[in-house]
Design a protein around this ligand. Structure first.
Ligand code: NAP
Length: 250
């Protein structure tokens, strides 16, 4: 993978940070993109200190101009990006009757518009190279979750987006898959505990009781699955949604 370049969005922390470090240890040059510039710089420094190649930049994935400029910068600094992990995400949870249209739009903009803009920019390099991998972060919430009308619609939307890109890009050597995590311990789920007024420990304990493997997930669980999906050997796996949730989901 020495010459292969991977982009990870939302790479400042949580799942994105773990995926970025894992792909670097798999041998990819990695571009870490996020709203939080200092955190992605720190992540890139860690990769470089470990002997890898990395680039970090501030990016709002929902801003078309920024996306096109930063993807071109990645190509300049590291080489043609052929792996894309659409991971950036936000929550704006509320019951439907309390959900504002700006809560709706914010979630759609980051998850759906962001994945669309990033994939459109990166496919130009992938189709030219005749090889590529796109992995979109969906969620078990795509199957429905109280208080997440916006998020569940966006995550289900990403599954349709994944399958469509798989159909369109397959002939160029590009596979497109989605990972749908269950409960993963990150700042996102810690913020959910805070919003619910319970401790993060109690939220994790309660969640683990409903998970067949009897624990919540870690960012590394997702990084491991992403590592497989972007590998050379996964070239015949495309258009799939892999639930990484410690048990079966419908
Ligand atoms: P997280 O800890 O909240 O990290 C998300 C990262 O995305 C943050 O660094 C955030 O930056 C960044 N981000 C948000 N909006 C962005 C934008 N417009 N442009 C660029 N970066 C942006 O979340 P996580 O738990 O690691 O989740 C990662 C992905 O997995 C998300 O798509 C999430 O929906 C999905 N997922 C998570 C879980 C879970 O249980 N944790 C389960 C299923 C799916 P700032 O906060 O600095 O703004």
């Amino acid at each position: 993978m020495a010459d292969r370049v991977a982009i990870v969005t939302g790479a400042a922390r949580g799942i994105g940070a773990a995926v970025a470090q894992r792909l670097a240890s798999d041998g990819f040059a990695v571009a870490l993109l996020d709203l939080d510039e200092q955190a992605v710089r720190d992540g890139a420094e860690k990769i470089v200190a470990g002997g890898g190649r990395a680039f970090a930049a501030k990016l709002d994935v929902s801003d078309e101009e920024q996306v096109n400029a930063v993807v071109a910068q990645v190509a300049e600094q590291l080489g043609a990006p052929t792996v894309l992990i659409n991971n950036a995400g936000i929550l704006r949870d509320n019951l439907l009757f309390k959900m504002t249209s700006s809560d709706w739009d914010a979630v759609m903009n980051v998850h759906l518009r962001g994945a669309f803009l990033m994939s459109k920019a990166v496919q130009a390099y992938q189709t030219k190279e005749g090889w590529g991998r796109i992995v979109n972060l969906s969620s078990t919430s795509a199957l429905g979750n109280r208080g997440q009308a916006n998020y569940s619609a966006a995550k289900a939307g990403l599954q349709g987006f994944t399958k469509t890109l798989a159909i369109e890009l397959g002939k160029f050597g590009v596979t497109v898959n989605a990972i749908a995590p269950g409960f993963i311990a990150t700042e996102m789920t810690a913020a959910t505990a805070e919003r619910m007024g319970i401790s993060f420990e109690d939220l994790k304990k309660g969640a683990a009781q409903a998970i067949p493997v009897a624990r919540v997930g870690t960012p590394e669980d997702i990084a491991h699955t992403a590592s497989f999906l972007v590998s050379e050997g996964a070239g015949f796996v495309s258009g799939q949604v892999i639930y990484v949730a410690g048990g079966p989901k419908d």
